[in-house]
Design a protein around this ligand. Structure first.
Ligand code: COA
Length: 317
């Protein structure tokens, strides 16, 4: 048994931070960020947690699906920027929207939403699940190092969600993990433990930009080829590709290596930046609401990030 997407939703906080705003915080410029990354502005949360934003995206997805929270049998969340390690974002979303089903998070950083979608799809395949909610919700602004110009210009806050049910539209998926903490990591503090032998690393996103860049391009290309092969199609047959929104140069290079026109890639990182696990569902939601999609369209999704991890899925609309 496969799945179908019944409805999608997204939410970003109101406050917009432009590149010019950032150039007053760190030594950077709109020109550098636009050319090297492609982001023009991002949304940042002042007072909403990842879970609160996730609940708003979830409500919109439920409305689009035409179901109510009490009909949900499962909630799978993805995040790296929750207010707490426990409870999970999924558990807090469950409370916020008034659901009563089991709810838990998966952690696979920016690939987290596609890992969560595949997890939910496996639960559906096991049977007994009529409706499941899958969401990515991030308040990255609380873990970004706002003094580090090579990372703080990239990220933004927001959330996105899908309501899924049994169906036949999930054609292929591929999950990849290459365990490493040297390229991309978000260390936790040591608290006040007197038994902590290592040097404490402050809580912040730490990233080797160029290593991440190379990993991203390589994985987008190989993951998209793999899901095309699984589904018995070629990447050129994809009608749309919804990629993780990290850097326009990454998307452009992957598109050229695959021989797919860049116009087929959904790009909104200029307005939202990299919202980690929320970036694929936010972008998918924009596509779904754009009125462009036709029944039968092949839509590929792909993501990469900490772990190191990457993932891709293929949906027939
Ligand atoms: N503004 C101005 N200059 C900046 C800057 C900024 N915001 N950030 C870095 N620089 C400077 C560096 O200090 C460096 O200066 P130097 O040559 O004097 O030392 C120069 O720009 C080049 O730095 P480099 O790190 O080589 O730049 P880059 O072209 O690799 O771009 C990233 C940096 C981070 C934008 C790019 O590597 C990237 O996007 N990588 C992928 C990151 C990613 O996808 N992360 C999310 C994963 S989920």
């Amino acid at each position: 048994m496969s799945i179908q997407i019944l409805g999608t939703g997204a939410y970003v906080p109101e406050r917009i931070l432009t590149n010019d705003d950032l150039s007053r915080l760190v030594d950077t410029s709109d020109e550098w960020i636009t050319q090297r990354v492609g982001v023009k502005e991002r949304h940042v949360s002042f007072d909403e947690s990842a879970a609160e934003m996730g609940a708003k995206a979830a409500q919109r997805a439920l409305e689009a699906a035409g179901i109510t929270a009490d009909q949900l049998d499962l909630i799978v969340g993805a995040t790296v920027s929750a207010d707490a390690v426990c409870p999970s974002v999924a558990a807090l979303v469950q409370r916020e929207i008034g659901a009563s089903c089991p709810a838990f998070d998966v952690n696979s950083a920016c690939s987290g939403f596609l890992f969560a979608l595949d997890t939910a799809a496996a639960f559906v395949a096991r049977g007994g699940i009529r409706y499941a909610l899958v969401l990515g919700a991030e308040r990255l602004s609380r873990i970004v190092d706002w003094t580090d110009r090579s990372t703080c210009v990239i990220f933004g806050d927001g959330s996105g969600a899908f309501v899924i049910s049994p169906g036949e539209n999930y054609l292929a998926s591929h999950l990849h993990t290459q365990g490493s903490d040297s390229v991309l990591s978000i260390p936790l503090g040591k608290g006040n433990s007197p038994f902590y032998g290592k040097e404490e690393q402050p809580i912040a996103i730490r990233m080797s930009g160029q290593e991440t860049f190379k990993f991203a391009v390589k994985q987008i290309v190989s993951d998209l080829k793999l899901i095309a092969e699984q589904a018995g199609v070629t990447p050129e047959q994809f009608d749309y590709i919804v990629p993780h929104q990290a850097n326009l140069r990454i998307i452009d290079l992957a598109a050229r290596r695959l021989g797919i026109p860049i116009e087929k890639f959904v790009v909104n990182l200029d307005r939202f930046g990299n919202t980690s696990s929320a970036s694929v569902p936010i972008s998918f939601d924009e596509l779904a609401r754009s009125g462009k999609l036709k029944k039968g369209d092949l839509i590929a999704m792909c993501a990469f990030g900490g772990g190191l991890s990457s993932a891709a899925s293929l949906i027939r609309w």
